[in-house]
Design a protein around this ligand. Structure first.
Ligand code: MOS
Length: 777
């Protein structure tokens, strides 16, 4: 038996020991000390079935109404004019020609815009979701190149666009900081994420690195990325008195209602936001200036307004992922174990923003290391506020971390999978908490077999004609979160139909479908007997479709409501019921009613309970316990990402020919919608690896490629068949045993591609995207 096998067994034994202990502490519960969720164990029913999206037919028929598709009586169309300088003041503003143009109803600028508070910045309070906290058309000051300075309302979109082109603005330019080097020269500040410093140190990593037998110490860079959801950011708004109605494309309707209320000085219940269908979100569909401007202009004009950003408009005012410069240094012992792990670097941010790209997040829990030093520093630029974009932190952090590990494996002559498994931690390396469930090795072993990893050759050893072929691997990882999701409501009718109400979201990922499966299983109903209502701020709940935590957040709220429902039903059932005297823990929803868990023959249908109680329906609402599970356990999903590339030796063109993602994300609720999430994430990762780059002119702070003609994302021809597989091992500490699947797919992909490119060519590209010029250089 090799040293490696010994080490692996030791790691496995330790992991099992920790797991057993954790399970003893709280058997099958997602809350420490809480009750078990029977659905974690359920092997039959709707959960786990590849059910097609319930909203598929209406979308295919064109009957799904998106934010910019609500025709309102007397509606006006909006167009925006954007600043062309990074900082300064408006010197002259000529709107007369635009105002006189055909169809124009109103031109709004700082001169006539209503008084409004700045947007409440994301994470500064529970329901704050503004992308920046700058004044919105309140004075003549300009804060970024692309800031909206004028809005035109007209009878048609074409008239609005034309009139907008007639507005002339002259500027008094102030000095600005738009180059990264200049910003760094002014000094950096430590980054924070969700109130926590992005800094961690254990031991003297610098010293351990210097003393290590094997070392890598490299710098990796990643560019800005712009949000490019298929559906453009859009809003249709109207006022009735002081009540604001908003048809939005949103990942957070409850947050939107509160935040817009804050801007206009009205209660959140005076703002009604709905968002039944969204054409992709990825972190970009929160509150930006367009919703505020549309509402303000509608107020001013006294008419409904539709504002759909142009693609350029999205680049100008919706932030994306910021630029990063990352150092990863690893010192390893002769057996490959990490003695030092250093991941530090700098990101760019605007002054009116809360998200430094937190690239050290994956490094906090991915590997055991004798010493560690992690740090994200922030350099401040005058630019559009950046924001969350699919796996903020992990998407680009894993590029640097997992590239460096590949470099170390090459230097040491160790298989990169084996090197990773030798460094599997037995507890969270930064918090010391036990893992709730961690099956990294299984994901790698199963993936390696399916992918045919063994067929791999030495760098530059395989070619077909002028195509060099190589394979690479990298770890994907993303945390389990559960934000407090507020209440859910269940309405159970006498005919056995249940309606679940919660202000959650389905942006195309299949939320409503998966949650209908879960609710049907929990209640013991058929899919057709459950209606899942979401995407409406008047529903209970404060769920955000972000952080890959919506499934868990909704699940916990629905569990709480289900328990309240069962308690109420048992009360109504009374002494004549076979369920008399039982409490909620003693029964389970099955076959359209409740049954005793220890004696399933003792049961009564919902119809029977309600009719005896002479009730047409029962309505309950309940809130779940706080997400304490993440304080007791280290909770993360993982994946093993396998990539095969073909690189043209003459042109440098890179083609991804095969990709396999082997995931460990807990219980998979719906294999069909989950596979689409994984694949979609991987495709976005291929864009990150090979194409996506916001061209930011460091002289002017202007984004120079604000269109899909010049900002490349993968198209069908760029995407090979992508295989996905998963462990499907339930996490005993999450609702339904599931962790999120929305974001992990993009993580690890950049490194898997870069590592495959190295294996094909012997060339290590440390600067994304991996374009052919870098391979020919
Ligand atoms: Mo995601 S970046 O949490 O929408």
């Amino acid at each position: 038996m090799s040293i490696l096998d010994d080490a692996k067994q030791a790691v496995q034994g330790a992991v099992q020991g920790v797991m057993q202990k954790a399970i003893q502490l709280a058997p099958d519960s997602f809350m420490p000390g809480g009750r078990s969720d029977p659905l974690i164990r359920a092997q039959h029913g709707h959960i786990g079935k590849p059910i097609s999206r319930l909203d598929g037919p209406v979308k295919v028929r064109g009957e799904a109404t998106y934010a910019a598709e609500f025709p309102l009586d007397g509606m006006l169309y909006a167009a925006l004019v954007f600043s062309t300088i990074a900082k300064g003041r408006i010197a002259t503003l000529d709107t007369a020609t635009a105002e006189a143009a055909p169809g124009v109803a109103l031109v709004m600028t700082y001169r006539n815009a209503p008084r409004m508070a700045p947007m409440p910045l994301f994470m500064t309070s529970e329901k704050a979701c503004g992308g920046n906290d700058l004044p919105i058309m309140q004075d003549d000051r300009i804060y970024w190149n692309g800031e909206p300075l004028a809005l035109v309302l007209a009878d048609s979109q074409e008239q609005a666009d034309h009139a907008a082109s007639l507005i002339h603005i002259a500027y008094d330019v102030d000095p600005s900081v738009t180059a990264m080097a200049a910003a760094k020269a002014k000094g950096t500040e430590p980054g924070t994420f969700m109130g926590q410093p992005l800094k961690f140190a254990s031991g003297d990593a610098g010293k351990a690195l210097a003393a290590a037998v094997h070392q890598v110490d490299r710098t990796y860079t990643t560019p800005r990325h712009s949000h490019n959801a298929i559906e453009l950011h859009a809003v249709t708004v109207t006022w009735t008195g002081d009540t604001l109605r908003v048809h939005d494309a949103s990942q957070m309707v409850a947050h939107m209602a509160w935040s817009l209320g804050h801007v206009f000085g009205i209660d959140e219940d005076k703002v009604h936001v709905t968002s039944p269908f969204v054409g992709g979100g990825f972190g970009g569909k929160g509150l930006w200036q367009h919703q505020v401007l549309a509402a303000a202009a509608s107020k001013l004009a006294g008419r409904p307004v539709r504002l759909m950003l142009t693609r350029e408009g999205v680049y100008r005012i919706v932030g994306g992922r910021t630029v990063t410069e990352q150092r990863v240094a690893i010192g390893a012992a002769a057996d490959g174990r990490f003695e030092a792990l250093i991941h530090t670097g700098t990101v760019a941010m605007s002054h009116h923003n809360v998200l430094p790209e937190p690239f050290i997040l994956p490094t906090r829990s991915a590997y055991a290391a004798g010493t560690m030093a992690l740090d994200v520093e922030v350099a401040y630029l005058d630019m559009v506020a950046n924001t969350f974009m699919r796996a903020p932190g992990e998407a680009v952090g894993t590029f640097a971390l997992e590239s460096a590990i590949d470099e170390l494996a090459v230097d040491m002559g160790i298989d990169p999978i084996e090197l990773r498994l030798r460094n599997e931690p037995d507890k969270d390396p930064t918090t010391g908490a036990p893992f709730s469930s961690r099956e990294v090795e299984k994901a790698y072993r199963d993936g390696a077999v399916r992918f045919g990893w063994d067929a791999r050759g030495a760098p530059g050893s395989r070619c077909e004609g002028e195509w060099l072929i190589g394979t690479g691997v990298a770890t994907a990882t993303y945390p389990y979160y559960r934000m407090p999701g507020g209440a859910a409501r269940i309405t159970l009718a006498r005919d056995g139909h249940a309606t679940i109400d919660i202000a959650a979201h389905d942006m195309g990922m299949g939320t409503a479908t998966a949650q209908t499966q879960v609710a049907a299983d929990r209640l013991g109903l058929a899919m057709e007997q459950v209606t899942f209502r979401y995407g409406d701020s008047t529903l209970p709940g404060t769920v955000m479709a972000g952080g890959s935590q919506q499934t868990a957040a909704i699940g916990a709220s629905v569990m709480a409501a289900y328990r309240a429902l069962v308690t109420e039903l048992l009360k109504l059932a009374g002494n004549d019921s076979p369920l008399a005297g039982l409490d909620a823990d003693a029964v389970v929803g099955v076959d359209g009613g409740l049954a005793r868990i220890d004696d399933p023959a003792a049961r009564e249908s919902y119809a029977s309970i309600l009719s005896r109680a002479q009730r047409d329906e029962v309505v309950v609402e309940a809130t779940p316990p706080a997400p304490l599970e993440t304080m007791h356990w280290s909770m993360h999903s993982h994946g093993a990402m396998f990539c095969e590339v073909r690189v043209n030796a003459v042109t440098g063109e890179v083609r991804v020919s095969r990709f396999l993602g082997s995931f460990d994300c807990g219980r998979i609720l719906n294999p069909k919608t989950a596979a689409s999430q994984f694949r979609g994430g991987i495709i976005m990762g291929l864009g990150l690896a090979l194409m996506e780059e916001t061209q930011f002119d460091e002289r002017s702070g202007r984004i120079m490629n604000p269109s899909l003609a010049e900002y490349h994302v993968p198209v069908h021809m760029d995407v090979p068949d992508i295989e996905v597989m998963w462990t499907d091992i339930p996490d005993p500490h999450t609702p339904m045993g599931a962790r999120g699947v929305g974001e992990i797919g993009i993580t690890g992909v950049g490194a898997a591609v870069a590592n495959a490119v190295f294996n094909a060519t012997g060339k290590r590209i440390r600067d994304l995207p991996i374009t052919l010029d870098k391979l020919l250089a």
